[in-house]
Design a protein around this ligand. Structure first.
Ligand SMILES: Nc1ncnc2c1ncn2[C@@H]1O[C@H](COP(=O)(O)OP(=O)(O)OP(=O)(O)O)[C@@H](O)[C@H]1O
Ligand SMILES: [Mg+2]
Length: 139
């Protein structure tokens, strides 16, 4: 049988608007601090922060601004950090294309979404309307 998916009381660690470069900087350090407080290894703190940075930048660059919610989630036998990025921008019409390595609609490297997916354990994209990307790293 699959592991039980019972999630016990998500704990809200932080919420941050994402509009400016300063918001992004603040969000990166908040995410790193929360991951460190939870006991993630230095390597995993860096992975989580890198994913957060890419997804936060997408919110600003492609989604015209939005927000991120940082949560500590618990299942019966494991803890994780979950980051939920949301914006009311144009959305992503073709998720498969957007997630492929090297695809960019602007002049990026096209590695933000695919890279974040690899750095985290779970990745969920809900769009359109707007864009919500939810990523989780388990301890
Ligand atoms: N929040 C969003 N709203 C609308 N479109 C998005 C959003 N995030 C990503 N996309 C679309 O998905 C594409 C791929 O995103 P990805 O982050 O992988 O690459 P990029 O942002 O173009 O370049 P890079 O992140 O490497 O600088 C983007 O070019 C954009 O078209
Ligand atoms: Mg990007």
């Amino acid at each position: 049988m699959d592991r039980e998916k019972l999630i016990v009381t998500p704990l809200m660690l932080g919420f941050q608007e994402l509009k400016t470069e300063d918001d992004l900087i603040e969000m990166r350090s908040a995410v790193k601090r929360h991951a460190a407080d939870m006991g993630f290894s230095a390597l995993n703190q860096t992975k989580i922060m890198t994913a957060a940075s890419e997804l936060g930048r997408n919110v600003i660059e492609h989604g015209h601004g939005g927000s991120v919610q940082i949560e500590h989630i618990r299942e019966l036998d494991r803890d994780g950090i979950r980051l939920t990025f949301t914006d009311d921008g144009p959305g992503i019409a073709d998720a498969r294309l957007a997630l492929s390595d090297g695809y960019t609609s602007k002049k990026g490297m096209g590695l933000g979404l695919s890279g974040s997916k690899r750095l985290m354990d779970e990745f969920e994209l809900i769009s359109p309307p707007g864009t919500t990307v939810m990523v989780t790293k388990w301890m």
